[in-house]
Write a protein of this length. Structure first.
Ligand SMILES: [Zn+2]
Length: 397
């Protein structure tokens, strides 16, 4: 089994290019992870995902735990086999969906009590359970359970939440290490009564810790330092992109990355726009995920080299140009704006598919160009040109 590793190969200022190795292969960073909520990226097949160059997929633990269930997936040999995706997979902890989606939730020291948004059934997600569920799923990267704080929060609330996240991180890590020991020692006959139904379907799974601390610089510093002390394979920055001003988010990212080991990948969770990706790479981020390209595609919004384009706009009704003249994706090679607008207006399924293909291509291609610029020490000039290009054209409202 290939152990998890990461190597920085090029740097330009705080920006880095690197190679992350997981149990299911390598990921060139900086990288963007399309979101495959239910084990699929909405609107497109895995074949399409590979064609646009996706290297790693994010799947949501909350959804898969509720349906079809992590134990069913473990019996099917784990998530890779179940969904037919042989490249790396990262799973989140389920916490964010509990905080944002569950019907009713109360947070206690032991974990998050919640009711399923599907059938109202009651559940308790603890740091240990989040670890066990992800062991059953067998993702290559598991995330530790953290408390997701709403914005804005006062300093006292943010501190209490950060402290709880640290206690949960300790518990989640302990459980992870215990499961790993059980796997590495096959003659281990020790008591498994606390993890009776957990099957480790991916012995090479890594676990990432999460830095919290809201928008308080001192809390971010402390959270980073104490999370690193617990010790994870890598670190994520959570609790941003939750409604704070964009400059504040950039400031928190710039503040946090120097507190994290340079030898481990840094993952900015749930962000963001194409501009955010470029600006966060400039501040030392290596991994991203966001529903923006896929969700906006289904709503008819296309990200292009010249800004955003709302395909439902009447002015595209007889526009024969591709959505983005600079794009080489299947959609831009074969479809006019007029056709895409018609498909969207008609409620045709292909509208979502074609728009999603383009948006993911645009995101993944942006990351590809970032990596290339880092290879040649030209990231700063890429960054300038990227922003210039986006602001060159009048944007759709
Ligand atoms: Zn395109």
């Amino acid at each position: 089994m290939m152990p998890f590793s990461f190597r920085v190969t090029h740097t330009d200022g705080a920006a880095r290019r690197g190679l992350m190795t997981t149990a299911h292969g390598e990921v060139e960073t900086p990288a963007f992870m399309p979101v495959g909520t239910q084990g699929a990226v909405k609107g497109i097949t895995h074949r399409d995902l590979e064609s646009v160059g996706a290297q790693i997929l994010l799947c949501n633990t909350y959804h898969l735990y509720l349906r079809p269930g992590d134990e069913l997936i473990a019996r099917r040999g784990g998530l890779h086999r179940f969904i037919g995706w042989s490249k790396p997979i990262l799973t989140d902890s389920g916490g964010y969906q509990v905080f944002s989606l569950a019907a009713r939730r109360t947070i206690a020291e032991e974990g998050a009590h919640f009711q399923s948004h599907l059938d109202g059934s009651r559940h308790l997600l603890t740091p240990e359970r989040a670890t066990d569920i992800q062991a059953n799923l067998g993702s290559d990267i598991a995330m530790v359970l953290d408390e997701c704080l709403a914005h804005p929060s006062d300093a006292a609330t943010a501190r209490a939440s950060m402290e709880r996240t640290l206690r949960w991180a300790r518990r989640g890590r302990d459980r992870f290490l215990r499961l790993r020991e059980r796997v590495s020692d096959t003659s281990d006959t020790s008591d498994t009564s606390d993890t009776p139904d957990t099957v480790v379907t991916n012995a090479g799974q890594a676990q990432f810790g999460i830095v919290q601390g809201s928008v308080f610089p001192d809390l971010r510093d402390e959270s980073a330092q104490r999370t690193v002390e617990i010790g994870f394979e890598a670190y994520a920055i959570g609790g941003l992109s939750v409604g704070e001003p964009i400059d504040l988010m950039y400031e928190m990212v710039a503040r946090t990355t120097p507190c994290l080991p340079s030898s481990a990948p840094r993952y900015l969770m749930g962000t963001g726009t194409p501009e955010d990706l470029v600006e966060s790479v400039a501040r030392g981020i290596d991994l991203f995920d966001c529903v923006l390209p896929t969700r906006n595609a289904r709503n008819g919004q296309l990200f292009t080299s010249q800004g955003r384009l709302n395909i439902k706009n009447a002015r595209y009704a007889e526009d024969d140009r591709p959505p983005d003249p600079e794009c080489t994706c299947y959609t831009c090679r074969t479809c006019s704006r007029a056709y895409l607008r018609h498909l969207f207006a008609a409620g045709e399924m292909n509208a979502a598919t074609l728009n999603t293909l383009h948006n993911l291509h645009f995101y993944l291609d942006t990351l590809r160009r970032i990596r290339e610029s880092l290879l040649f020490g030209r990231f700063e000039s890429f960054r300038l040109l990227f922003h210039e290009s986006l602001s060159r054209q009048p944007r759709d409202p």
